[in-house]
Write a protein that binds this ligand. Structure first.
Ligand SMILES: [Mg+2]
Length: 336
């Protein structure tokens, strides 16, 4: 546990010193609301006006497992956990309508960390016009955990599932692949004293920034739905693993285009080498770009076509790369 995250004897109050009412007052002051919030934080529940079916999802980050204080500020953590949730909504073709935030932390945690966490949450929530409508605070013996439940709606009326892809369609991605993984790789190498040479330092810093605070274009989710996306997912655990989820759910195979993947990897190759660069694109997680299938020629402007779908055939559903079924890779909370 880093000193930065702890209350110190130098005058910064801890959660324990401030008390629940004290910290909640600070947190509420940082949050905005929206017209759809009929009752916001402060009563037994929030009350939200809805226009139709409601999307609901939740995502949690745990200190030491999902972030390290040495690499990520409290603001980074807050921003990232909101993005993770909103990307799941976008991957259904949806947009957020409200967030419920839970913080579990020891009383020794600096109150400023909780304020900074809230500022990070508010920065992303505000930029997508999603209000924080409530939450919970609880204490622990040392664990710090931030959990968000996101509610959303479907601007186009229908959800895009993982199961709707058909053979002969194109596979496309909105935004980047591998930047978060490249940033994580650089953080690991920098701990061992290595940093890229001057000419690559700026672009490399961008990868680290993206790892700590991914910034996908979440408006592409509803846009893809309107454009006729047949299946969609956000890339949280890596292209191969998340693509495999579409392949499984749709009972087909995803053939990745070698030239398209190589072009995406070219950004990382001068710094990380070819093998690691391709690995970042294929298996890098926490990117939260959207991966979707469209009828041939149907991917919206700005999306990058990276492959096609085909009947599963004998080998069964899966992601194919260079003529072989791609090995899983990516992140698994319990498999490592
Ligand atoms: Mg997801």
């Amino acid at each position: 546990m880093s000193a930065a995250a702890e209350g110190s004897a130098e005058g910064s109050a801890t959660l324990g010193e401030l008390g629940e009412a004290g910290i909640l007052g600070d947190i509420f002051a940082l949050l905005r609301t929206s017209d759809a919030v009929l009752v916001g934080p402060g009563d037994d529940t929030a009350l939200l006006a809805t226009s139709g079916p409601v999307l609901a999802t939740t995502d949690t980050m745990v200190r030491g497992r999902d972030w390290l204080d040495e690499w990520s500020s409290a603001e980074d953590v807050g921003a990232k956990v909101v993005v993770q949730n909103l990307a799941d909504l976008a991957a259904m073709g949806g947009a957020g309508t409200g967030l419920l935030v839970t913080l579990v932390a020891p009383g020794t945690l600096a109150a400023q960390w909780a304020r900074d966490l809230t500022a990070g949450i508010a920065s992303v929530a505000d930029s997508w016009g999603v209000p924080v409508i409530g939450g919970d605070l609880s204490s622990s013996d040392g664990t710090v955990m931030v959990s968000i439940t996101a509610l959303g709606e479907l601007p186009g009326g229908a959800a895009v599932l993982r199961s709707g892809a058909a053979p002969g369609q194109e596979v496309a991605v909105s935004g980047s692949l591998g930047r978060s993984a490249a940033g994580l790789e650089l953080l690991r190498r920098s701990d061992a004293g290595w940093w890229p040479p001057q000419e690559s330092a700026e672009v490399a810093s961008g990868w680290v920034a993206y790892h700590c605070r991914p910034d996908p274009d979440l408006s592409q989710g509803p846009l893809a739905a309107a454009a006729g996306a047949t299946a969609m997912i956000d890339v949280s655990d890596g292209l191969v693993r998340d693509g495999g989820r579409i392949a499984e759910a749709s009972s087909l195979r995803l053939d990745l285009d070698e030239q398209a993947i190589t072009r995406l990897a070219a950004e990382f190759e001068p710094v990380l080498g070819e093998t690691t660069a391709v690995d970042c694109v294929l298996t890098g997680g926490e990117e939260h770009s959207l991966l979707a299938t469209f009828p041939a020629g149907g991917a919206p402007a700005g999306w990058t076509v990276i492959g096609s779908t085909a009947a599963a055939g004998g080998p069964g559903p899966g992601v194919w790369w260079r003529g072989e079924r791609a090995a899983g890779g990516g992140w698994d909370h319990f498999g490592g």
